[in-house]
Design a protein around this ligand. Structure first.
Ligand code: DX5
Ligand code: ZN
Length: 221
């Protein structure tokens, strides 16, 4: 499975965003992780629809849109995603999970089912046919800079097993929250291949050097 690095755009320097995008493009970043919060599903606000529209014009890097909103079926159409993008829908956010995931696919994007740390893995069993990815939250969503919930590592390994049981070894496993190199190595060994990197992964000191050393330490090249 291809290893993918997905910087969390909410951690960027918005005033000088072009500078960060240039670094991501130079470093061959696979996905841009865009957090959408509604102040309801999580107690915070971050990026929104207009920001995504501008981001899409500014770069060709595919987006990884993480919807932390209640009832995403009500607002999904507002988001400009399509071919090559990834969209995460939280199990906890909708009564109509299958319908929302199917709609993401209809729009040409890759549907990902997302699970908060306390949500049991069995919740994904009935949407196995509707997903290209599973997002295992390794912190409770809403804020950058939190500590790993240790159970996440076992949950990644369980996800890997469950996907194999259903013959879905092609489904990608994403992790989000406190993905520093040391945690990421454990996550990778457990089966993760998409790594959302925020304040603990790359957004400190020399970001370009951090991306390079993350790739070397975690992906081995
Ligand atoms: C929210 C975000 C954050 C964050 C990840 O879903 O994606 O979890 O920026 O990176 P850390 O935890 O290292 O700040
Ligand atoms: Zn996120």
């Amino acid at each position: 499975m291809e290893m993918k690095l997905a910087p969390s755009v909410m951690c960027c320097d918005f005033i000088n965003l072009r500078k960060d995008l240039d670094i991501f493009e130079r470093q061959g970043i696979e996905l841009l992780h865009v957090d959408i919060m509604d102040g309801n599903f999580v107690p915070n606000f971050t990026l929104g629809v207009d920001f995504i529209k501008q981001l899409k014009k500014a770069t060709n890097i595919p987006l990884d849109i993480h919807l932390m909103v209640e009832q995403p079926e009500r607002t999904l159409d507002a988001f400009p995603f399509g071919e090559g993008d990834w969209v995460s829908i939280h199990v906890e956010s909708t009564k109509h999970l299958q319908r929302v995931l199917a709609k993401v696919k209809e729009k040409g994007a890759h549907p990902i089912v997302a699970l908060n740390p306390a949500t049991p893995l069995c919740m994904i069993e009935d949407v196995m046919d509707d997903i290209d990815g599973v997002l295992i939250m390794s912190v409770n969503p809403g804020f950058a800079g939190q500590k790993l919930v240790p159970h996440a590592i076992d949950k990644i390994a369980e996800t890997k097993k469950l996907l194999a049981k259903y013959g879905r070894e092609d489904v990608e496993i994403e992790v989000d929250g406190n993905v520093n190199p040391a945690n990421a190595i454990r996550m990778k060994n457990a089966g993760a291949n998409i790594f959302v990197v925020g304040t603990s992964g790359i957004f400190f000191g020399d970001m370009e050097a951090n991306i390079q050393s993350f790739r070397k330490e975690v992906f081995g090249g």
